[in-house]
Design a protein around this ligand. Sequence first.
Ligand code: NAD
Length: 495
Amino acid sequence: MNEKNVLFTIFGGTGDLAQRKLYPSLFRLYKKGNLSEHFAVIGTARRPWSDEHYREVVKGTIETLNPSAEEAERFASHFYYQSHDVNDSSHYQTLKELSDRLDEKYHLNGNRMYYLAMAPQFFGTIVSHLKSQKIITETGFNRLIIEKPFGSDFHSAFELNEKIRQAFPEDDIFRIDHYLGKEMIQNISAIRFANNIFESQWNNRYIDNIQITFGESLGVEDRGGYYDHSGALKDMVQNHILQVLALLAMEPPVAFSEKEIRSEKIKALKAIRIYEKKEVLENFVRGQYAAGQLDDQTFKGYREEDNVDPQSTTETFVAGKFTIDNFRWSGVPFYVRTGKRLTEKGTRINIVFKQVPVNVFKTSIDEPCNDPTLPPNVLTIYIQPTEGFSFTLNGKKVGQGFATDPIKLEYRNSAEMVENSPEAYEKLMLDALNGDSTNFSHWEEVAQSWHIVDVIRQVWDQVQPDFPNYKAGSMGPEAAFELLEKDGFEWIWQP
Ligand code: NAD
């Protein structure tokens, strides 16, 4: 196995992300041999932990992966803890000394991965110190993995980017969007570019509309403080949804390489129309959940959640229509919606194909049909919690006559396959170790996404919303359904 010699420095090493995702992912890479003898991890955060305590915590985070006691011990022995306030310059000196010592001990050749698993207001400070305190090595690679959110609008993202670029070149910056590590998001390209039946129809002549739903059944849980300053538009649309949209809308790359895919994604994002105020009001709706009920469970309203302003006007739901002004997509609406406390957790993409020009069956002599339209062919990509595809066709109803019946062809990855396939974070960390940034967001993508979203935010900020406007446990406000109805469509939500 291709072993990587590397030192990981995880800023925010005691945090939720590090414990739930990063340590288990590193362990999986260890089990597969991508990490073996020549790696070390420094966890840094404010708490005054010892190495021993840190290693116990790390072992606890991998328990569900059933390592043997010896394996867990060996893995955890590579972890070191450094108590550190990221605002305090003197701490970086201690960090540098520990880094250099571990580099020597494990023969790491100066290879460094810095993972910023902390609140975004610290990103700029950490990166500046990595450079000024000469923690960045002169030999080996130095790569930065940075969590979302990348800025809170174009202006702040630009400033952050300028700061980071003073220490790291673009090729060494890995802006993580964990959706891009998900199996079925990566599968979008396989479906499109390995199946002529779809790629030949992937345009405005054959596709009526495209729908992207990121539904969450949970509320804000313990993230009320963060979420109340963000809202669904910035938390979901600016990053995950626009990334998925770019993968669906981009032109076929000339090769499946980082450079080619990136350039096509950027072009697709640049073709998304930046709306005028009137267009924002026509094409985007927002919502906030009120108390509600589902299957005998009752839920409180958003404004009653912990750390949320009781008068909050933050949206917990967004639905909207994006318009792409290019030859391929002119006239095809891309509907997106995302929200908290919806009926069901589910991320799905529906490609709704145009109907046949004439329904010849409507005049069937045997069984006259009053409905002149047929249900559309729909390709559904199930991202999570189940993974797979379905495709609906119209077949003949069994028996006498010629009525038609929709038939669904389905494929789902088995539970075993899902269980055994690498986690998004594991895949993305390995990509970063390999220096492959295909599944990360390039600055130009981030910048364009903010341009698209900023105008929506600015228009909304001028209008007081009538919140709350949907019940917890429903599929969002009425206005989200009307958005499609006025275009003659409806949301598709197939099980
Ligand atoms: P968290 O609050 O659980 O952890 C924050 C960490 O930062 C802790 O280790 C804390 O000790 C440390 N810290 C705070 N102030 C510090 C200081 N001055 N000096 C040194 N250390 C300090 O947060 P989290 O949920 O782990 O999220 C971290 C980042 O990852 C955020 O940017 C978040 O948006 C992003 N993110 C998290 C998740 C998730 O599932 N938790 C998912 C996607 C993105």
